[in-house]
Design a protein around this ligand. Sequence first.
Ligand SMILES: Nc1ncnc2c1ncn2[C@@H]1O[C@H](COP(=O)(O)OP(=O)(O)O)[C@@H](O)[C@H]1O
Ligand SMILES: [Mg+2]
Length: 323
Amino acid sequence: MSRKIIEVQNVKRFYNIKSGFWKKAIKNVEAVKGISFHVNKGEIFGLLGPNGAGKTTTIKMLTTMLIPSSGQMNILGLDPVSQHKELRPRINFILGGERNLYWRLSAYDNLAYFADLYKIPRTVQQTKIPELLKLVDLEEAAHRKVETFSKGMKQRLQIARGILNNPEILFLDEPSIGLDPISARNLRELIKSLNAQGTTIVLTTHYMFEADELCDRIAFINHGEIIAIDTPGNLKQHTNRQSVVECNLVGCNEGDLRTLLNEINIAPNELHPLQNGMKVRIATEDPQKLVSWLYSAVQFTVADLSITKPSLEDAYVAMIGGK
Ligand SMILES: Nc1ncnc2c1ncn2[C@@H]1O[C@H](COP(=O)(O)OP(=O)(O)O)[C@@H](O)[C@H]1O
Ligand SMILES: [Mg+2]
């Protein structure tokens, strides 16, 4: 199970941006600053990071759409730069917000169109396309125009398109962006079942919950650098702030509370105003000390206090240092 099917070594990617009135000044943006990681066969591997972190750039390099400025990549034993022709038929990708479905065509005809591009014989298509439509739960909508579809239905059709060629690795860039919670959950189930059938999945997301639920391993990426790679469970444990204190502080306002916490060098993970105070979530190495400080403070009264384990988001905040 632990055969490496993707290896990335010190990959960098710059973008040249022309700026200025005559577009003569060229600014060099380093979108990906020398990342290294591997993906094992059969894994769901996640790249998790905020907007602008370099996730899409990384996915584009892995899927042969963008050439790295430097560094090495090996995917399925192939070099995606010099052997892209051999690699392309063995992988597939779905980029977030991409409009590469034909809205005037039905779901069935969209898949038939892409199946022709993959040179899948018509006789094979006749069984394959209905199978795929069933898998993504679009059987009943098979002959409806895609323009009448909900976002969730379109995204499921994208998945069907993405697995038409039976890819060994499927790359998904922000698969659930813009989906309602139910559609997003259905999509996660679909991703899991594809993976259970043997497809290795590489996905990007900025949703902690999604990464936590789906991924076998996660790389935290920020400003073009990988800060940590591990299983969600280990990422949560390895933060030095082993406990999270959650409570309501009755009788204080946000400004005063921030000042107070600042004085004792505490950066809260979350602060939410309540009708009569503030709800706080604080990750800490020393919950005992924090709790006694909270109870001794005269500026508020503590209510509904609980001490829990860090979530993936807590680990992320601890490592990246604020949102
Ligand atoms: N085509 C481009 N030209 C110039 N800069 C780009 C281009 N694409 C992305 N960037 C910049 O590279 C950085 C990483 O972008 P991206 O890979 O899209 O991040 P993410 O997908 O994590 O949001 C950002 O600073 C972004 O502005
Ligand atoms: Mg992106």
